[in-house]
Design a protein around this ligand. Structure first.
Ligand code: 25A
Ligand code: L14
Length: 340
């Protein structure tokens, strides 16, 4: 660190991810001069705590970024599209958690454990994109195998928590569950169907090819992060009645052979990963264990006996932390430490 102190803003500070960004920033080593919390006019005037101080929430406007060094955005795609360029124009580096900029060829898409070098490309547009939550935890877990053996193809099915949709979905799962166990009527507002005691094979909008946008994010973002368009990726993304942490069943076909035991030892002690794999004692990654911490848990590591070079695994991480806020703040730490 150069001794420099940073002015940091959080856009969407009142949301589920924004709140977690505040906590991650409190825990971070980035030397701070000031923090600003921005949200829509609905929340302007309310207060949020930061390291014991009460900070006013201000309305996000085109002029919010004068003197700000780094802005962390998590206020939805439309808001990012509209406001990130104003921030960048004022010399502020935006790290954006929405899908708005991820596939822009001039915008780096960064997972610190996988492609930290890409942060350098922030100079193109003044914007760095944070990948989709399901993509982040998958690439963290498979990166060591990719580096050692190469990966030909990935088949993934996700089991995604409602917190990915924001606070209103967390409330909806809670309210529907409470109504149902009391034999009362329930309301459906957030998803097209009841989520309590159900699974919905539908996350984000459907596209012309029959996949959802969430599924295609996993395909396209994985290739961009590995800088390798030769990887085949196919995804099915499913919403499940879980509050925090996404779980994923991931099947990879490697280029060179590797056994499940070798994968297990390869993943031990790799940054950001915790191997949780002792089925004889009923030990495997669980959403409730991943929630509230920053590691990506990997277990159920098995040889895929249907093909010569196949591995199956079960990957779980906190979607609001490593899937969003933690990864964003880790990018900010690299930026502050090495580039600004
Ligand atoms: O637009 P998208 O891309 O479809 O994104 C939809 C939502 O997905 C969440 C996030 O919800 C976003 O609003 N999201 C996006 N990326 C995510 C990710 N990677 C993600 N969730 C998980 N992982 P959220 O509830 O987490 O956060 C919303 C935040 O965004 C602020 N915001 C929204 N529009 C804004 C804006 N800020 C500035 N300008 C705008 N135009 C929002 O601030 C919040 O911080 P807020 O003040 O609007 O919301 C404060 C409270 O009000 C509730 N609320 C939200 N919408 C409404 C509402 N209340 C009444 N009416 C509404 N229409 C919020 O729940 C919040 O508690
Ligand atoms: O693209 O509803 O980062 O769970 C992540 C959460 C899209 C919506 C993204 C959800 C969002 C998704």
């Amino acid at each position: 660190m150069s001794g420099k102190k940073f002015n940091i803003a959080i856009a969407g500070a009142t949301g589920a991810v924004g709140n977690q960004m505040i906590t991650c920033l409190e825990e971070s080593s980035i030397p701070l001069k000031s923090v600003r919390f921005l949200a829509s006019h609905r929340s302007a005037g309310s207060k949020l705590n930061f390291k014991g101080a009460s900070i006013d929430v201000e309305e996000l406007t085109e002029n919010s970024f004068k003197g700000v060094d780094i802005a962390l955005f998590s206020a939805g795609g439309g808001t990012s599209k509209k406001f990130a360029p104003f921030a960048a124009n004022d010399g502020c580096v935006v790290i954006d958690n929405s899908s708005a900029w991820r596939m822009d060829p001039d915008v780096p898409l960064v997972v610190p454990e996988v492609n930290p070098h890409a942060v350098a490309d922030y100079t193109n547009k003044g914007i760095i994109a944070n990948p989709n939550c399901s993509t982040i935890q998958m690439v963290v877990a498979i990166n060591p195998v990719y580096r050692k053996c190469g990966i030909r193809r990935i088949v993934v099915s996700t089991y995604q928590a409602v917190s990915g949709t924001g606070k209103k979905a967390i409330d909806e799962l809670f309210d529907q569950t409470r109504s149902m166990i009391n034999f009362a009527d329930y309301e459906i507002n957030v998803y097209p169907h009841r989520i309590a005691f159900n699974c919905l094979p539908h996350i984000d909008v459907f596209l012309e090819n029959g996949y959802t946008k969430e599924e295609m994010k996993m395909v396209n973002e994985t290739r961009k992060i590995f800088e390798d368009d030769s990887i085949g990726v196919t995804a099915t993304t499913v919403r499940v009645p879980v509050f925090y942490s996404h779980s994923e069943s991931v099947n990879i076909e490697t280029k060179e052979h590797i056994s499940a035991d070798e994968v297990k030892s390869l993943l031990e002690n790799k940054p950001g990963i915790k191997v949780v794999d002792d089925p004889a004692n009923n030990i495997y990654p669980l959403a409730i264990d991943a929630a509230g911490q920053d590691l990506t848990l990997v277990g159920r590591i098995r040889n895929d006996e249907s093909i010569p070079n196949g591995i199956n695994m079960w990957i779980v991480a906190d979607n609001i932390r490593k899937g969003a806020a933690t990864n964003t703040v880790q990018i900010a730490e690299i930026l502050a430490d090495k580039y600004l």
